[in-house]
Design a binder for this molecule. Structure first.
Ligand SMILES: Nc1ncnc2c1ncn2[C@@H]1O[C@H](COP(=O)(O)OP(=O)(O)OP(=O)(O)O)[C@@H](O)[C@H]1O
Ligand SMILES: [Mg+2]
Length: 300
């Protein structure tokens, strides 16, 4: 059993002591650099804001705004893994959804390879949708129960590779299943015929189908059994090495992020309170909220 596997198993028995109001003073490092000097980042996010209107009253008038993401800036360099950590409701998924253009930012800039993508229309964003994929938290809800695995994997292929015929799509889908450690004979099966870990492997295969460069992994293991978490993390790491992928890895938990990230962003109540290399975050956390998160991580 690997050290990581052991760590995950131990974490399982420890309650997370950090919770709600941990918005301490802004004393954390916030210098923006996850790229080696002189190398242009793959992704640059600057002063990103997402405010959701809150409606109320009989006329459903706007009563105020939830500042889900409030002036967030960070970079992601090519081939790296940047961990994005924070408790529930801190705005992590909202950032991910902005990056794949499922949400339009209220303000700020998102640049992918130097191109401003945050303000693109759905149509002009289309080529970037292929480069930037998302793996979702819940493998039970993120796969359509009425679609076979072949259909699930074939759908993004038919959208982004319209020249492929049905045989080519089937071959590619079988290859993808192999790549994520599943039996290619399972193409005709439906999601309910798989375990949670296997479903998440299908979710990963679906993200890989269109040959992306950048994948947002939104808590990809938090719904899984502890013993399965390590195998999925290891798979993601192997795929990153093999395919040169870049990850934004979202988690509640600093333990998982520590294992896989080069750089870590700590988020609280819509803001990044600290960002630094994984080593610095774990060796000398600066912000009280980061310290609280670290205290909740059991050590071997
Ligand atoms: N479509 C929406 N409309 C209104 N408010 C929203 C919407 N999506 C998210 N929010 C609010 O924005 C805040 C951030 O939500 P988000 O889902 O980004 O948090 P999160 O950090 O991903 O949390 P979790 O760890 O629970 O997944 C929350 O207060 C949430 O209620
Ligand atoms: Mg979320």
């Amino acid at each position: 059993m690997s050290a990581f596997h052991l760590k995950v198993l131990i974490m399982h028995n420890t309650s997370n002591s950090y919770s709600s109001a941990m918005a301490g003073p802004e004393t954390g490092r916030i210098s923006i650099s996850s790229s080696p000097e002189g190398i242009k980042p793959l992704l640059e996010v600057k002063n990103l804001k997402v405010y959701f209107p809150v409606h109320g009253g009989l006329l459903r008038r706007i009563r105020g705004y939830v500042h889900a993401v409030d002036d967030v800036s960070f970079n992601v360099s090519s081939g790296s893994t940047v961990g994005l950590v924070g408790e529930s409701g801190s705005g992590k998924t909202t950032i991910g959804r902005c990056l794949v253009r499922l949400i339009r930012p209220t303000a700020g800039s998102i640049r992918y390879l130097g191109v401003e993508t945050g303000s693109l229309s759905k149509k002009t964003f289309f080529p970037y949708r292929k480069k930037i994929q998302m793996i979702f938290q819940d493998p039970f809800n993120s796969l359509n129960p009425r679609m076979s695995v072949e259909q699930i994997l074939g759908e993004p292929l038919s959208i982004h590779f319209p020249q492929m015929n049905i045989e080519q799509r089937r071959d590619r889908a079988a290859g993808l299943l192999r790549q994520v450690g599943l039996d290619p004979d399972h193409l005709r099966r439906y999601p309910h015929q798989f375990s949670g870990g296997q479903r998440q492997r299908i979710g990963i295969a679906r993200a890989l189908a269109v040959e992306p460069e950048f994948i947002i992994c939104d808590e990809p293991v938090s719904a899984l059994d502890v013993s399965v978490q390590a195998t999925i993390i290891n798979l993601l790491q192997d795929l990153q090495e093999e395919l040169g992928l870049t990850y934004l890895f979202i988690a509640h938990d600093l333990a998982i992020v520590e294992h896989i990230s080069n750089y870590v962003l700590v988020m609280n109540q819509g803001k990044i309170v600290e960002q630094a290399s994984a080593e610095d975050i774990y060796r000398s956390p600066q912000h009280p909220y980061t310290i609280k998160l670290l205290e909740a991580v059991p050590r071997l």
